[in-house]
Design a protein. Structure first.
Length: 237
């Protein structure tokens, strides 16, 4: 049986994490989802789409109240709240089933992480090899960080699958089962887990920051190469 006080306390933390994701440009007002596993095993999760409020100033994820969240079982049954859970509830539930120690999951859509992964994907490869080629860029970015294993952990990836599907849920949970703490969902987003909401948030944020820094450094090096080439008389001649 769930505890009302726990729902309120954890719910407020979820709303804070959602706002941080939005202000850090990792979600927009309608996308992304966040959840936490309560002490009784139920899952408190953000609702699908926008808030159910009727106020003209409402209707987005950064305007949510605790009452807009959904408390569900691992089978998706709503046991508290008036909103439908996120369409990605299966991914959250499958992850908590597979990784008992996970207490939270954040699922943002970070631009730099996805762009860097996509830019390194070798489409001449298939299956795991193809995904590994995409992860090469992210691993290069992480290699420039101090203690990436602490701030991010192991990063995995799954191929493009239908949003909200059972197949996507099981694929992500399987990656977490391999010891990953962050999983890239190709052309979709990122899922990060942790023992607390802020640890999961921190892992997703740290990976995004590393990806952005790496992409900026690539841009700087390319600009310098172009400048040097233009200053090279033999190139001009």
């Amino acid at each position: 049986m769930y505890d009302d006080k726990e729902v309120g306390r954890v719910g407020r933390a979820i709303l804070e994490v959602v706002k941080k994701l939005y202000y850090h440009r990792m979600i927009d007002t309608l996308s992304g989802n966040v959840s936490a596993k309560l002490s009784d095993g139920s899952i408190l999760i953000t609702p699908g789409g926008a808030s159910k409020k009727e106020d003209i100033l409402s209707g987005n994820k950064i305007d949510l109240a605790v009452g807009d969240l959904s408390l569900i079982t691992t089978d998706g049954e709503v046991i508290w709240g008036d909103s439908e859970p996120s369409s990605e509830w299966r991914m959250h539930a499958a992850t908590y089933k597979a990784i008992p120690e996970a207490r939270s999951l954040v699922h943002p859509h970070p631009i730099c992480t996805l762009s860097l992964f996509d830019s390194f994907v070798d489409n001449s490869l298939e299956g795991e090899k193809r995904l590994e080629s995409g992860l090469l860029g992210l691993n290069k970015a992480l290699s420039n960080m101090e203690e990436p294993e602490y701030y991010v952990g192991k990063v995995g990836a799954v191929c493009r699958l239908k949003n909200g599907s059972e197949e996507l849920a099981e694929s992500v949970a399987a990656e977490f089962g391999k010891g990953c703490t962050v999983v890239v969902l190709e052309a979709h987003g990122v899922a990060a887990i942790g023992p607390t909401l802020y640890k999961a948030l921190g892992r997703a944020e740290a990976l995004e920051i590393a990806a952005e820094k790496f992409m900026r450094s690539l841009g700087t090096r390319n600009a310098l190469r172009s400048r040097n080439a233009l200053q090279d008389r033999s190139f001009i001649e």
